[in-house]
Design a protein. Structure first.
Length: 422
């Protein structure tokens, strides 16, 4: 069965193989084509050298028509199908063709060259009915190293030579593609192993971050109320509500972190205020409020925990703008914070505290309804209301082990990456 890593690696390797095959194949074809050009030009040049004799050089002097028969004999002795002789002043002297090459003559007429200097040349490839021709223009050099004329010829590449050339290009392309394929296959297990190793490290790091979140949140909750059950319940309530609202995965992951760490800033509140059994004074309440900014500072030190910021910073804001610390209202409050405010108050009402008993569901929901549009976002509250009985049944009376198991399942779903098999 193909693993998740293989499902990711294989398409990427195939894409890389195709890309390299196209790029290297094109480069190989271009290189081999240049070699073919040089090869067929050399063949044409070798044939032209037979023309460079004292007797044939005389064709460039006097009446060139006297040499037409000699040129035709030269065509019969070589693979040239056409010859043009030019004077050293680049004036056409004579032109001869083998019979039956009218189509080639029409095509060749469109391929004229500039006259090259000594030691240079110009050539073109021409294909007619699967036959390869090379049109060359070569300066003819005398023993005194001067140009005494120019030979322009169209050289027919022999079928066996043409086949050998095509086979050479084909073999070079096949070899290149084979090397790329073998290299890709050789790299596949290496890349697979590296990806597995990277995913294991990533999964371990992610688990460490989740454990840090869980440990930090639990430590603060236990300091505040001797139990971390509140953190687990409000987080589970928040996730279930977010699922009912069909929120995206990354937003729910941020909600889990924010819900579990919502009161992390209370670590900076003195025990005399945090654990005071009676009513707080106005000054003490102002001190309590600072747990919001302290919490922001704490999670701001960690890129991973920073996703909890919205809930930590805004969970005491109210929909009508009368909350703290910023006093923002309506949709200016981040969505996760508006959602969390509902479940946080719901759990506070339905849970037993040292200073109060747990309220029954109907009474708690009446209190929430009274805060509709004032404390709470009406749209989110309307989704929560019919969901609340089910949440109460599943989590309100659940023991610590059950709560931790349920949260662990959500953590795996929204945070963890599966550790690949070896």
């Amino acid at each position: 069965m193909i693993s998740s890593i293989q499902r990711k690696v294989i398409p990427r390797l195939v894409a890389a193989w195709l890309l390299l095959s196209v790029v290297l194949g094109a480069l190989t074809f271009w290189t081999e084509s240049r070699r073919v050009d040089n090869l067929v030009f050399d063949l044409a040049t070798d044939a032209a050298r037979h023309f460079d004799t004292p007797a044939n050089a005389a064709m460039f002097h006097g009446d060139p028509e006297r040499h037409r028969q000699a040129l035709r004999r030269f065509l019969d002795q070589t693979d040239f199908v056409s010859l043009r002789l030019y004077s050293s002043e680049q004036r056409l002297l004579i032109e001869v063709w083998k019979a039956g090459n009218d189509d080639l003559a029409a095509v060749a007429a469109a391929h004229r060259h500039d006259f090259p200097a000594a030691g240079e040349h110009h050539h073109n490839q021409i294909w007619i009915d699967d036959t390869l021709y090379v049109q060359v223009l070569i300066p003819l050099i005398s023993s005194e190293q001067t140009i005494f004329g120019y030979l322009e010829g169209i050289y027919r590449v022999a079928p066996q030579t043409q086949a050998a050339i095509l086979h050479r290009v084909r073999d070079a392309l096949l070899h290149t593609l084979l090397v790329v394929a073998l290299t890709t296959l050789a790299l596949y297990p290496v890349i697979l192993a590296l990806n597995r190793s990277a995913l294991r490290l990533s999964a371990a790091l992610l688990e460490s971050n989740v454990e840090l979140m869980r440990t930090l949140g639990s430590a603060i909750a236990k300091r505040d109320s001797d139990t971390d059950a509140h953190n687990y319940r409000v987080t589970l309530y928040a996730v279930r509500l977010a699922q009912a609202l069909r929120r995206p995965t990354d937003e729910i992951a941020a909600l889990i972190a924010g819900a579990f760490l919502h009161d992390v800033g209370k670590i900076g509140i003195p025990d005399g205020i945090l654990l005071k059994p009676g009513k707080l004074s106005a000054a003490e309440f102002e001190t309590i409020k600072t747990h919001v900014s302290i919490g922001e500072d704490i999670v701001g030190e960690s890129k991973w925990l920073a996703k909890a910021h919205d809930v930590i910073a805004f969970h005491h804001e109210k929909y009508d703008g009368t909350g703290y610390l910023r006093g923002v209202e309506g949709e200016a409050i981040p969505f996760n914070a508006r959602l969390f405010a509902i479940v946080d108050v719901f759990d506070a009402l339905t849970s037993q505290r040292p200073y109060k008993p747990a309220l029954p569901l109907d009474q708690a929901m009446r209190i929430l309804a009274e805060g509709r549009g004032a404390h709470f976002d009406p749209a989110i509250l309307d989704v929560f209301a019919p969901l609340s009985p089910e949440l109460m049944r599943e989590y309100a009376a659940a023991d610590a082990a059950r709560l931790k198991a349920c949260l662990a399942e959500f953590e795996r779903r929204y945070f963890s990456r599966p550790v690949p098999e070896r």
